[in-house]
Design a protein around this ligand. Structure first.
Ligand SMILES: Cc1cc2nc3c(=O)[nH]c(=O)nc-3n(C[C@H](O)[C@H](O)[C@H](O)COP(=O)(O)O)c2cc1C
Length: 184
């Protein structure tokens, strides 16, 4: 079993999404001790904006395709995702490899993977809340990976983390407790 561990927060050790993604990896490793974990830190080693030439290098795509489980630390930045993460995503949608168009529309070709997203955000955007329509982070990630054919998507969310230290700790504790329910 291969697990790909991706992070995209610029906040280093203070990053909530990094705290959560790390605890997800620890949980998966506890369940699957023989699993290989591949690390992709998109801030320590950031990818340049996509160019047409970059499509010729399939390193990122191959690493993604080789993983059985993908864990992505994804903070909300300006209602969307960090540009570091977008540069990675831009290398995953490749016609004929991860999706194709048929007479019936688009078809995802990268199904069969498990995707776990460690989502962090300063405010509250959960479904049913007043700002839910501003969530272009989780909704975008669900749409994108769904387009690639991935149906097994779990969000472990810590939100409201900018609403005071107590709210932050509460949100992290709630996310950690969700992690204890995850199955490899
Ligand atoms: C550049 C930047 C943009 C942000 N934009 C938003 C935003 O649009 N909405 C929000 O609720 N929080 C926003 N935040 C707060 C982060 O979502 C929050 O601090 C979260 O914990 C970041 O994840 P991290 O701790 O893993 O870095 C932003 C933070 C940064 C650094």
């Amino acid at each position: 079993m291969t697990i790909l561990h991706v992070d995209s927060s610029i906040n280093g050790e203070n990053s909530v999404s990094r705290i959560i993604s790390r605890s997800i990896i620890e949980r998966l490793q506890a369940q699957e001790p023989a699993a290989t974990v591949v690390r992709r830190d998109l801030v320590a080693q950031s990818l340049p904006h996509l160019t047409f030439e970059a499509f010729a290098d399939s390193t990122i795509l191959d690493e993604f395709l080789a993983a059985d489980t993908v864990v992505v630390g994804a903070p909300m930045y300006n209602f969307g995702i960090p540009s570091h993460l977008k540069a990675w995503i831009d290398r995953l949608a490749v016609a004929g490899k991860t999706f194709r168009y048929t007479g019936n529309g688009a078809e995802g070709l990268a199904g069969g993977k498990k995707l776990i997203i460690a989502s962090s955000r300063g405010g509250v955007f959960a479904p049913g809340t007043p700002s839910a329509a501003f969530d272009h982070q989780e909704n975008y990630l669900r749409a994108f990976f769904g387009f690639l054919g991935i149906t097994d998507i779990t969000f472990v969310r810590a939100e409201g983390v900018a609403m005071g230290p107590e709210a932050r700790e509460k949100a992290i504790a709630a996310a950690r407790s969700e992690v204890t329910m995850l199955a490899a």
